[in-house]
Design a protein. Structure first.
Length: 104
């Protein structure tokens, strides 16, 4: 199962099923929309970072923080700044809540 299928399954589970009131269903739908926006932003961030020449990238957003793991032999300040700019452009996370992790 790919990430998109997993996301759809998670969203379907969040929206309904079982005995939920109409208000709960509306609240769940709003939550599902927020989660889907975060998932979409994560994918965009990953694509844009890879387009900067990194072999691989995984992004995680939770609405308040951003964590990005990039595959690199060493990240310089300009590259880190570029990644932060991508995140700032694709999310509403403040710069102090961005964490970039390097893996080889």
């Amino acid at each position: 199962m790919n990430n998109r299928d997993e996301a759809v399954q998670t969203l379907q589970t969040m929206i309904g099923g079982g005995d939920v009131t109409e208000d709960e269903m509306v609240a769940n739908a709003i939550d599902a929309v927020e989660v889907s926006k975060l998932i979409e932003s994560e994918g965009t961030i990953e694509s844009l970072v890879k387009a900067q020449g990194f072999e691989d990238c995984v992004a995680y957003l939770d609405g308040e923080t951003a964590k990005v793991v990039v595959k690199t032999e060493g990240l310089d300040k300009a590259q880190a700044a570029s990644i932060k700019e991508i995140i700032l452009g694709e999310s509403e996370v403040s710069v102090e809540n961005i964490r970039i992790f390097e893996v080889k």
